[in-house]
Design a protein around this ligand. Structure first.
Ligand code: SDX
Length: 390
C-alpha cells in the first residue's frame, strides 16, 4: 500500500487468464497440446496435424488434413510489393529484425484482417500467417547471404518447402533430405506453443486492444527475440562455441553460480519447469538420431553439451534451484546439424511458434467476455499530495 494507490494482487489481465490450448505441469515436467502429451505428438504426428490440433482443438482426419494443407499452400507466396520490403534493410540486419518488420507490414496488405470480429477474416489471417512465415523466414536468410529469393514450391510439404526456400538456388537442383525434413518437422512441433510465455502473453495483450493479428504476431516476434526467451537457442550455441572444450566446463558452471557475474547458463532454467522440460528430452533424442543418421555422431558440440548437462545436473547450485535443460539447450545443436545457420535459430523458433500465437490470439478474441488487458503496478514512488508553495 503506497497510500496513494492500492495494489490489487488479485487483478489478472483478462487477456491471458484462461485457455484450453496448452497445459504445463512444471513440477512434473508435463506439456500437453489440447490434452495430448508432447511426447506422443512429436513422434506420431507431423507439424501440419499439430497446427490443425492447436487451432481447432482436435486432430484432423485425412479429409480435414488435406483440406487444411491445401489452404495453407494457397497462401505461401508474398505480395510482390512486400517482397520489395526486404531491400530496405541492411544486408547484415539480424533476421529477427527483418521478420518483425515484414510480418508487421502484412497489416498493410490485408485490410480485411482489421475486422477481427469476423471469424472468417480471423481464419484467413491465421492461414496467411502460418503459410507465409516460412517464406518470410527463408527470404530473411537469403537476403542476409545475398542469394536470390526462392519462391515456395507447393508440390513440397510444409517443412520441405521451408528447407527448399532456405537452401535451393537457381543454379542447383535441391531435393530436401528426408532425414533433415523429419527432424525439422519435429523441431517445429516442439516449439509450436507453450502456454503464457512472454511472447504469447505479448501477443494476447496486444490483441486484447483489438489490434490486427499481423501487428500482434510482429509484437510476439519482437519479444521472443530476447536471449532470456527464444533468443536462448542462438545464445546457447554461441556459449558452447565459447566454452569450446570439456576442460573449460567447470569455469563456466562457476561463472553461472557467481551472483556477481551476469553470465547465465544458456538453455538452462525455466520460470515454470522445475523438472526436465519434456521438450529438452525430445530434442536430445532428436539430436542423437539426426547426428547418427547424418554420420555426425562425434559432433564435438553435442558431446560438450551432454557433458555440460551431466556436470550441471550433479551440481548443488543447479539441483537446489531446480535448474534443468530447457527446449533451447539442444535445439541449436540439432538445427546446426540440419544446416541452419546460428543466426536463424530464433527465426525458426518464431516460425514454429506462430501457430501457437495465432491459436491463443484467436481463442481470446473469440471469447465474448474478453476485455482489454490492463495489468496494474504497485506504486513505490514518493506519496506526495501538493506541490511546494512557490
Ligand atoms: C524459453 O516461458 C516459456 O515457456 C519460455 C519457453 C517457451 O517455449 O516459450 O519455454 C522458451 O524462453 C526457455 C528459456 C530460455 N532461456 C534461457 O535458457 C536463458 C537462460 N535461462 C535463464 O535466463 C532463466 O532460467 C530464465 C530466464 C529462463 C528463467 O529465469 P528466472 O525466472 O529468474 O528463473 P528462476 O526464478 O527459476 O531462477 C531461480 C534462480 C535464480 O537465482 P536466485 O534469484 O534464486 O538467486 O536460478 C537462477 C536465477 O538467477 N538461474 C540461473 C539460471 N536460470 C535461473 N542461474 C544460472 N544459469 C541459469 N541459466
Amino acid at each position: 500500500q503506497s497510500g496513494l494507490f492500492t495494489y490489487d494482487p488479485g487483478f489478472v489481465s483478462t487477456a491471458s487468464s484462461k485457455s484450453a490450448i496448452t497445459f504445463i505441469d512444471g513440477d512434473e515436467g508435463v506439456l500437453l497440446y489440447r490434452g495430448y502429451p508432447i511426447e506422443q505428438l512429436a513422434t506420431r504426428c507431423d507439424f501440419m496435424e499439430v497446427c490443425y490440433l492447436l487451432l481447432n482443438g482436435e486432430l484432423p482426419d485425412s479429409t480435414q488434413k488435406n483440406q487444411f494443407v491445401t489452404t495453407v499452400k494457397n497462401h505461401t507466396m508474398l505480395h510482390e510489393q512486400l517482397v520489395k520490403f526486404f531491400g530496405g534493410f541492411r544486408r547484415d540486419a539480424h533476421p529477427m529484425a527483418v521478420m518483425v518488420g515484414v510480418v508487421g507490414a502484412l497489416s498493410a496488405f490485408y485490410h480485411e484482417a482489421m475486422d477481427i470480429a469476423d471469424a472468417i477474416h480471423r481464419e484467413e489471417s491465421a492461414f496467411r500467417l502460418i503459410a507465409k512465415l516460412p517464406t518470410i523466414t527463408a527470404m530473411a536468410y537469403k537476403y542476409n547471404i545475398g542469394q536470390p529469393f526462392i519462391y515456395p514450391h507447393n508440390d513440397l510439404g510444409y517443412t520441405e518447402n521451408f528447407l527448399y526456400m532456405m537452401f535451393a538456388t537457381p543454379a542447383e537442383k535441391y531435393v530436401p533430405n528426408p532425414i533433415i525434413a523429419r527432424a525439422m518437422d519435429r523441431i517445429l512441433i516442439l516449439h509450436a506453443d507453450h502456454e503464457q510465455n512472454a511472447s504469447t502473453s505479448t501477443v494476447r495483450l496486444a490483441g486484447s486492444s483489438g489490434a490486427n493479428p499481423f501487428a500482434c504476431i510482429s509484437a510476439g516476434i519482437a519479444c521472443l527475440w530476447g536471449p532470456a526467451h527464444g533468443g536462448a537457442n542462438e545464445a546457447c550455441l554461441n556459449m558452447l562455441e565459447e566454452i569450446g572444450d570439456i576442460s573449460r566446463i567447470n569455469e563456466y558452471i562457476n561463472r553461472a553460480k557467481d551472483k556477481n557475474d551476469p553470465f547465465r547458463l544458456m538453455g538452462f532454467g525455466h520460470r515454470v519447469y522445475k523438472n526436465f522440460d519434456p521438450r529438452a528430452n525430445l530434442m536430445r533424442e532428436t539430436c542423437h538420431e539426426v547426428l547418427n543418421e547424418l554420420g555426425l555422431h562425434n559432433d564435438r558440440l553435442f558431446k560438450l553439451a551432454l557433458e555440460l548437462e551431466k556436470i550441471a545436473l550433479e551440481d548443488d547450485y543447479f539441483i537446489s534451484k531446480k535448474l534443468y535443460p530447457n527446449v533451447d539447450f539442444y535445439s541449436g545443436i540439432v538445427q546446426r546439424a540440419l544446416g541452419i545457420p546460428t543466426s536463424m535459430f530464433t527465426s525458426v523458433f518464431a516460425m514454429a511458434r506462430t501457430v501457437g500465437w495465432v491459436a491463443q490470439w484467436n481463442e481470446m478474441i473469440s471469447d465474448p467476455e474478453q476485455k482489454i488487458g490492463r495489468p496494474r503496478q504497485l506504486y513505490i514512488g514518493t506519496p506526495r499530495r501538493d506541490m511546494p508553495k512557490s
